[in-house]
Design a binder for this molecule. Structure first.
Ligand code: ADP
Ligand code: MG
Ligand code: ZN
Length: 476
């Protein structure tokens, strides 16, 4: 039987607001355990939650980045269940009146064609506490850390429009990029600020029926989401081919064995309207203010990069994938630096050094201004490429300007043939064998002589001039 998969993703994202969702405690779950707590987020009986305006703004910006319609009347519900990381017995979430609905994002399918994936809704939800299990001692114990309790999440529920693991991974990447652009969240699966649950079912290709799905959790990278989906599709196909049926349940991805493992029947507690947080009424003015803060988004920006800077589509997509990177690029490319040079130096020279020095593009000591001055010297032949690379690495170690480094270390390129004349003579008289080889038709000998000339100039000669001079001398 030829099957087709039907996949919908539910993605939880931790917003990067300063405070928690319903109190003024810092939104820093990683601090020393139970440092960021108060009666509200310890969930003491009688403590009254107060909803944060900053959280609403960050959530709304994220929803707008996903082309959703913000609802003018939204409210919180109590999602009721008991667990040690949720001692008050319910989580404040939105079910009946979510923040936003009817969004979409565009991805490329596995043949590179654009495809829209629908977003059913975006809602807000408080996170629960964190359990720390200590199994070392005689009696294993579990500790509860409330730093995360009450920190703000949004959950993004897709339509079941995804058909394979490629599309799922693309969907996550595009979604992550758009939400990072508006600055609402970091969205790192590795660090746990983005958690993806995949709902997967299969059906005979061509059918429009929705079959029973299975929910898979516990993937900690985009790659693993893809792997879990691929595995789960073939597992379900085997089951159906063996005449078994699929039952609704939750499975966990096991990254060591690359399989999904049944965890539990799917459980969903009741959801009842919460009386403690007032409903949120969104005014037209507020919404247009938030809308006006939306930056140029990656898809529009990459189109502009193609038009304005002549980048290829792949280059433009890469350069606009992160807002910081795109802004850095635009600050470097300009009158004195061609976009191509800016692109190439950022990708091939700057990026590896950023990794080595553990700096990010937005915080690096090599500001766009410093890189631009360096590349301007490269483009105006003050420096050759080799020297420019050396100056770049010195920029990481010193706060001098590129110009000052060039002077201090004598990197200035020698483009004056009078200055090179003696050096070229010397190289030729030192290497009679290479001259004979060249005359005998060995082209490599020319390269060798140029290499010797560059070395004799300590790498500072203009390579093109060096080549011209040696060629001319050989022809004489
Ligand atoms: P539940 O109530 O079980 O959470 P929802 O209808 O809320 O189910 O959908 C949850 C997610 O599962 C959504 O992302 C949706 O697109 C996806 N989904 C719904 N039905 C199916 C199906 N038959 N196969 C795969 N995914 C599905
Ligand atoms: Mg659900
Ligand atoms: Zn608190």
């Amino acid at each position: 039987m030829d099957y087709e998969a039907v996949i919908g993703l539910e993605i939880h994202i931790q917003l990067n607001s300063d405070t928690k969702m319903f109190c003024n405690c810092p939104n820093r779950p990683g601090d020393e355990p139970n440092k960021n707590t108060c009666p509200v987020c310890l969930w003491f009986p009688g403590a009254i939650p107060q909803f944060s305006g900053e959280v609403l703004e960050k959530a709304a910006l994220a929803a707008l980045a996903l082309n959703c319609e913000i609802q003018d009347h939204t409210a919180f519900d109590q999602k009721v269940y008991y667990y040690p990381d949720l001692p008050k017995g319910y989580q404040l979430s939105q079910f009946h009146k979510p923040l936003a609905k009817n969004g979409w994002i565009e991805i490329n399918d596995d043949e590179g064609r654009p495809k829209r994936i629908g977003i059913r809704q975006v809602h807000m939800e408080e996170d629960v506490a964190r359990l720390v299990h200590e199994t070392e001692g005689k009696t294993p114990i579990s500790l509860v850390d409330f730093n995360r309790a009450g920190t703000p999440l949004i959950e993004i529920v897709s339509e079941p429009d995804i058909r394979n693991s490629h599309e799922a991974m693309e969907y996550i990447k595009v979604l992550r990029s758009q939400i990072r652009y508006v600055g609402s969240a970091e969205c790192s699966m590795e660090q746990g600020t983005m958690r993806v649950d995949a709902n997967i079912s299969i059906r005979p290709r061509g059918s429009d029926h929705f079959n029973t799905k299975v929910e898979v959790k516990n993937m900690n990278s985009i790659h693993n989401v893809g792997a879990a989906i691929t595995y789960e599709i073939s597992r379900q196909a085997e089951r159906l081919n063996a005449g078994e049926s699929i039952v609704l349940h939750t499975r966990l991805w096991d990254p060591d064995r690359n399989v999904t493992v049944a965890m539990r029947g799917k459980f969903e507690g009741p959801c009842v309207p919460d009386p403690s947080v007032p409903p949120i009424i969104v005014s037209h003015e507020w919404l247009s203010d938030i809308r006006s803060r939306l930056p140029e988004m990656p898809s529009g920006k990459s189109e502009r990069f193609i038009r304005q800077y002549g980048l290829t589509r792949d280059e433009a997509v890469l350069m606009s994938s992160e807002r910081d990177l795109s802004e850095y690029f635009e600050a470097v490319a300009g009158d004195a630096v061609t976009p191509r040079t800016a692109y190439q130096w950022i990708m091939t020279q700057l990026n590896p050094l950023l990794k080595d020095y553990r700096q990010t593009i937005s915080e690096t000591v090599v500001t766009p201004k410093r890189l631009a001055s360096l590349l301007a010297m490269l483009e105006s032949d003050v420096l050759n490429a080799k020297s420019a690379r050396e100056v770049l690495s010195k920029l990481f170690e010193s706060d001098q300007t590129p110009e000052a480094i060039v002077e201090q270390y004598g990197f200035r390129q020698v483009s004056d043939s009078d200055e090179l004349e003696g050096l070229v003579e010397q190289v030729l008289s030192d290497n009679p064998q290479a001259i004979d080889d060249f005359k005998a038709g060995n082209e490599k000998a020319l390269g060798f002589l140029i290499g010797q000339g560059m070395r004799a100039s300590q790498g500072k000669a203009n390579p093109k001039l060096m080549k011209d001079m040696i060629t001319r001398k050989l022809q004489e």
